[in-house]
Design a protein around this ligand. Structure first.
Ligand SMILES: [Zn+2]
Length: 48
């Protein structure tokens, strides 16, 4: 798994969300977080 922003190494980590914990990929260089839930949230925000 490579970061789509900087091409760095991404690690699979557990995150603590607002309502529930989830797993996702985090870039160790730019701290970009990639997760299906986050992607859905971003799409939701664009609609508003
Ligand atoms: Zn990155």
């Amino acid at each position: 798994m490579k970061c789509y922003r900087c091409g760095g190494v991404m690690v699979y980590e557990k995150f603590f969300g607002v309502s529930e914990d989830f797993f996702g990929w985090r870039c160790i260089f730019c701290s970009e977080i990639v997760d299906s839930v986050i992607a859905e949230n971003r799409l939701e925000q664009r609609k508003r």
